[in-house]
Design a protein. Structure first.
Length: 255
């Protein structure tokens, strides 16, 4: 991709799944990377694993809390000398029937997926504006933010919120030279989704889901979403702003 070499990239939720794949992809593109994850041990393992591929560092933090977010933004600036690209990727999910969701669980999902997205984007965009050189922000939404799926009411609501947050950020931050877009993956094979699938049938459930709902007939791979992140962050996407890129194997095309 054009324009990624030497870029300073902060990835939230960067120690596993799609975020880890994104960290690897940006390193392969010649970017400098700082990852943030919830578990300190997992962050350390990710940094150790990827360090042969390029310059990478990171720290643990919880995107639900303002203090953690400010600390991670400061640490990324210190390590990289600034942030050019934010991959706003941290998120969580849980499969529960609408009538079974407790207010506490509703609040937890929204706190990570929407409040956390807002806090990280705000902290980093403020620093981008202060630096005066613009930047790129890519927020993680989902096909579940575009169309509803049963037993994911809290997750669906959070990801729908991310889409409108993204569009509003694009309107307000474009004049500062900050491009803002969202990614909307469908069913991607990640540790989080594997845990969910294991509770309702494991590989058999995944195979049936792919056969019935995904025209390409398979689930997606984390590196395929990472490639979309790299594209939206690159100069090849220089006039894409306020958009949502769907990466779903045709899932939303099914009626």
């Amino acid at each position: 991709m054009r324009g990624l070499r030497g870029r300073r990239v902060l990835i939230s939720g960067g120690s596993s799944g799609i975020g880890l794949a994104a960290a690897e992809r940006f390193l392969e593109e010649g970017s400098r990377v700082f990852i943030v994850g919830l578990d300190p041990h997992q962050v350390g393992e990710a940094v150790t694993r990827l360090s042969p591929k390029g310059e990478i560092s990171g720290q643990a933090g919880d995107v639900r809390y303002e203090r953690d977010v400010e600390q991670m933004a400061d640490a990324a600036e210190c390590a990289l000398g600034g942030v050019d690209i934010l991959i706003n990727n941290a998120g969580t999910a849980r499969r529960e029937a609408f009538l079974a969701i407790t207010p506490a669980e509703w609040d937890r999902i929204l706190a990570v997926n929407l409040r956390g997205m807002f806090l990280v984007a705000q902290a980093v965009s403020r620093r981008m504006i202060a630096g005066g050189t613009g930047g790129v922000i890519v927020n993680m939404s989902s096909t579940n933010g575009i169309a509803g799926e049963e037993e994911y009411a809290h997750y669906n609501a959070s990801k729908g919120g991310v889409l409108l947050l993204t569009k509003t950020m694009a309107i307000e931050l474009g004049s500062h030279g900050i491009r803002v877009n969202a990614l909307c993956p469908g069913y991607i094979r990640t540790p989080l989704n594997e845990t969910v699938a294991a509770s309702i049938g494991g590989e058999e459930f995944e195979a049936a889901y792919a056969r019935e709902r995904i025209p390409l007939g398979r689930t997606g791979r984390a590196e395929e979403v990472a490639a979309a992140y790299a594209f939206l962050a690159s100069d090849d996407a220089s006039f894409i702003h306020g958009a949502a890129l769907v990466v779903d194997g045709g899932q939303l095309a099914v009626m």
